[in-house]
Design a protein. Structure first.
Length: 173
């Protein structure tokens, strides 16, 4: 992530009027890094998707981490506060992590479109400009992806402890 961020920021100095367009590149790349980290954790567990699914089929899901558990219990009406089975847990985490890539891509696209239409307004947090709405959606998506990564780590920390996954997690975020 560092080279892409460095190059984009350096180019932004020269082309400061186009900063919104250039920043969209490294902001989208951030989502790819988080997704790649999740795939790395999956790779530590099993070497292919089929064996990963088979491994999770026999897993007893642990309760969701706190912010997610609140929504699962109170909105989802799941009093146990955990996924029904290991496959559903894996699928939920998978969607929770990879939705961030789609949201960031859509956010980057919307930033470029609204900046070109002169309604983005990078300096303003007014609700009449697109910046605040795009930012709120992206933050909710990021928090969801990070909570799903934490849940995955919480579920599998014993199996992947020799890979120092928590240290790698801190390094990317």
């Amino acid at each position: 992530m560092v080279p892409v961020y460095t190059i984009a920021c350096t180019v932004s100095i020269q082309f400061y009027r186009q900063h919104v367009y250039i920043a969209s590149i490294y902001e989208f790349y951030e989502s790819l890094v988080i997704a790649a980290f999740f795939l790395l954790l999956c790779q530590y567990l099993q070497h292919d998707a089929t064996s990963l699914s088979q491994a999770f089929a026999i897993v007893e899901p642990k309760p969701w981490v706190y912010p997610i558990r609140f929504f699962v219990v109170h909105i989802g009406r799941n009093k146990a506060g955990k996924a029904q089975d290991g496959i559903r847990l894996l699928n939920t985490i998978w969607v929770g992590v990879f939705q961030f890539c789609f949201v960031k891509f859509a956010g980057a696209l919307m930033k470029c479109i609204t900046e070109a239409a002169d309604v983005y307004c990078k300096e303003s947090n007014s609700a009449s400009h697109a910046k605040i709405w795009i930012m709120v959606i992206e933050i909710i998506s990021l928090v969801t992806a990070m909570m799903c990564l934490l849940q995955f780590y919480h579920q599998t920390k014993e199996q992947i402890k020799q890979h120092n996954a928590l240290l790698k997690f801190a390094a990317i975020k």
